[in-house]
Design a protein around this ligand. Structure first.
Ligand SMILES: Cc1cc2nc3c(=O)[nH]c(=O)nc-3n(C[C@H](O)[C@H](O)[C@H](O)COP(=O)(O)OP(=O)(O)OC[C@H]3O[C@@H](n4cnc5c(N)ncnc54)[C@H](O)[C@@H]3O)c2cc1C
Length: 421
């Protein structure tokens, strides 16, 4: 079996590994000159910067990959015992992620906290409601607006009004077997003692994981070889690049939706239209240097605060990366801002950082992710009603979960499905 994998981000690389482990022949095509996709790290002025994911959680799955690719010497743990903040009414307030913080936080009023406790009496999640509607109905408007919506949709730079339960949090509730009360499920976990895996990263940045996978399979991977189209070819497929065509038995697509739509158009133009219509939220990631020394993982900034900055990761505190802070701009709040050039974007992020923390900051680096993160909104309804041509598999964030552990699991499932078919 010869499989063509399109894209060498973590999804494509993990799929390459899972297929090669199972004895398949693999040809992996990557548009750029390096592995990792959005999992990208770089050095600027002596600082290690993460342009995509900032850290991992050291679950068994992640630790297994660390060992498999011999990266344990590079691994270190971040500080777990620090708060995450939410900016409300101009003040950074602790996001309550433990029972103690829930009691002491001034993020939510006592009235709001009392309403939150009524959650077990509310009706279960409805597949077709928005994330905003679900959280407001269950936890009350105040806790939804100030805590649950920003924490959940902040991961995607998305709008909770538009994100549908069916395509997002509903899947997570199903996975954890939560059919009625989210609060009781959390309380049960707290009482049983939840085992939250530690925050982990690598001294030279997270990109060393995709680099290590790419190095092992260097005989399979074609860099700087963007795929232009996939066409049927007898029982298999032809993968078309500017270097020519490659015949394969099966195809795995791991690229974001807009690219996938173009590539699959010659095979199934109706499917390509559906994929091409999926909404994404573009993101600008601005790294700042500052002497701000507050302990914390970072903060989310409520829409009502009037900032363009969606949130920040305080790498200086969480990962001991001295002076380094990551600000996120754009998303559904102001997608157009991502098109601004580096200088005004960097200055804007620094100005807003200073206004929020009262400590000065200097821009270090500006990165953009466009298309960015899937919005999981109503445009996903049409995807549910379609299927991929036989022999074409998808292992991508628009079809499954976006986080790195989700990508690694998806790659394993995809490899099994490819070889079982
Ligand atoms: C700012 C940010 C922060 C994040 N933080 C976290 C986090 O803290 N924790 C977490 O778990 N997840 C996080 N994520 C999510 C996670 O990083 C991504 O969902 C995941 O890395 C996506 O990997 P992927 O391989 O599916 O896609 P990508 O990384 O997008 O890879 C797709 C690859 O396809 C290539 N490609 C594009 N066009 C073509 C073509 N025509 N032919 C061939 N190749 C092509 C691209 O160059 C790229 O290498 C974050 C994401 C972002 C953007």
């Amino acid at each position: 079996m010869n499989v063509g994998v399109i894209g060498a981000g973590i999804s494509g690389l993990a799929t390459t590994h899972e297929l090669r482990e199972r004895g398949a022949g693999v040809e992996t095509f990557e548009a750029t000159g390096e592995p990792g996709g959005v999992m990208q790290s770089c050095q600027v002025d002596g600082h290690l910067l993460e342009l995509g994911p900032q850290r991992l959680r050291g679950s068994k799955l992640i630790e297994d990959w660390i060992d498999e690719f011999d990266l344990r010497r590079q691994r270190f743990e971040g500080h777990d015992d620090q708060p995450l903040y939410i900016l409300r009414d101009g003040k950074l307030r602790v996001a309550p992620l433990s029972i103690r913080e829930a009691i002491t936080t001034d993020l939510i009023s006592w009235r709001g906290k009392a309403r939150l406790l009524a959650e077990p009496l509310t009706a279960p999640a409805q597949a077709d409601e928005s994330v905003e509607s679900l959280f407001s109905r269950k936890f009350g408007e105040e806790a939804a607006r100030t805590l649950f919506c920003p924490l959940y949709t902040g991961l995607y730079g998305a709008n909770a009004d538009k994100m549908l339960v069916r395509h997002s949090v509903g899947k997570a509730l199903d996975r954890h077997g939560i059919d009625r009360s989210i609060l009781l499920a959390i309380a049960r976990k707290l009482i049983d003692g939840i085992d939250v895996p530690p925050i982990v990263s690598f001294e030279d940045g997270l990109q060393i994981l995709p680099e290590a996978i790419a190095e092992r399979y260097s005989d399979s991977i074609h860099f700087e070889t963007p795929v232009e189209a996939v066409r049927e070819d007898g029982d298999g497929f032809e993968i078309e690049t500017s270097d020519g065509t490659t015949a394969v038995d099966r195809v795995v697509v791991t690229t974001p939706a807009p690219v996938t739509a173009d590539i699959l158009d010659p095979l199934d133009s109706r499917l390509a239209d559906v994929i091409g219509d999926l909404t994404y939220n573009p993101l600008a990631v601005v790294h700042l240097e500052s002497a701000y020394d507050r302990e914390g993982h970072g903060c989310q900034i409520l829409d009502s605060e009037g900032y363009e900055t969606l949130g920040m990761t305080w790498n200086a505190s969480m990962l001991d990366r001295e002076g380094v802070f990551t600000s996120y701009l754009g998303g559904s709040r102001s997608p157009e801002i991502v098109a601004e050039s580096d200088e005004p974007l960097g200055e804007l992020a620094a100005r807003e950082f200073e206004a929020i923390t009262e400590v000065s900051a200097e821009p270090l680096h500006v990165a953009r992710w466009d298309p960015g993160m899937p919005a999981y909104d109503r445009t996903w309804d049409a995807l549910e009603r379609t299927s991929f041509p036989e022999g074409v598999h998808v292992c991508a964030t628009f079809a499954e979960r976006a986080g790195i552990p989700g990508r690694l699991r998806d790659a394993q499932r995809t490899a099994e499905a490819v070889l079982d078919a």
